[in-house]
Design a protein around this ligand. Sequence first.
Ligand code: AP5
Length: 217
Amino acid sequence: MRLVFLGPPGVGKGTQAERLSKQYRVPHIATGDILRAAMANKTPVGLEAKSYIDAGKLVPDDVIINIIRERLKEHDTKEGYILDGFPRTIKQGEALSKTLEQSGEKIDRALYFELPEEELVKRIAGRRSCPACKKVYHTAFNPPPQEGVCTCGTALVQRKDDRPETVKERLAVYRNETAPLIQYYKERGLLSQIDADQSVEAVAKRVQDAIFQKKSS
Ligand code: AP5
């Protein structure tokens, strides 16, 4: 199972990828998480990525493509993986296709999650995450048992790039640079469109249907 999860910021890609990854025991490879870990550890990649992420811009293609090429060489990817947040530009999509071709592999499906912009903004505004165990909550839609505290006991935080001024920029970047990938995967017969304007469980059901029916939109 080699899947690409595509869609705007805050649509719920990470939430669904995490569930599916546990269910099928394939790694959830989220470039956003990899970059945030690099930033926290102050690695050279993290230091380079910080200014882009804080401004809501994309990290340069070459940096991300290298990260993914290295990650896909790891042993745990042999049975498949879920790519969440990669590719994000046509250049990244082409690089992924080329890398897979070289090893005789291919993407099975690209799932495109759709949600009206006003709902995206609500989901992003209420997102809180745990800096220790990385669990993601929502203040209204998926609140923690104790307000502001993860079940692991750590205080929840809001991502710096989830502040309204940066979110506006991220949405614009998505429209200009990432949305063209919808057509890219459609033309290759790999795209499934998922209506993400449902509960987490209902979206998960649609994800299953898309993977197993392999319907092209
Ligand atoms: P990244 O971390 O990938 O951010 P994103 O794509 O903007 O996606 P999000 O993490 O915001 O949202 P999501 O769709 O995963 O939603 P979630 O499940 O959390 O990237 C961050 C930055 O890193 C980028 O801006 C860029 O700078 C850089 N970067 C990353 N990849 C890159 C690449 N390939 N190239 C270049 N730069 C790159 O859900 C959101 C909220 O909604 C949560 O609170 C959740 O609990 C809630 N929720 C989820 N589903 C539902 C539901 N069905 N109903 C109600 N609430 C829900």
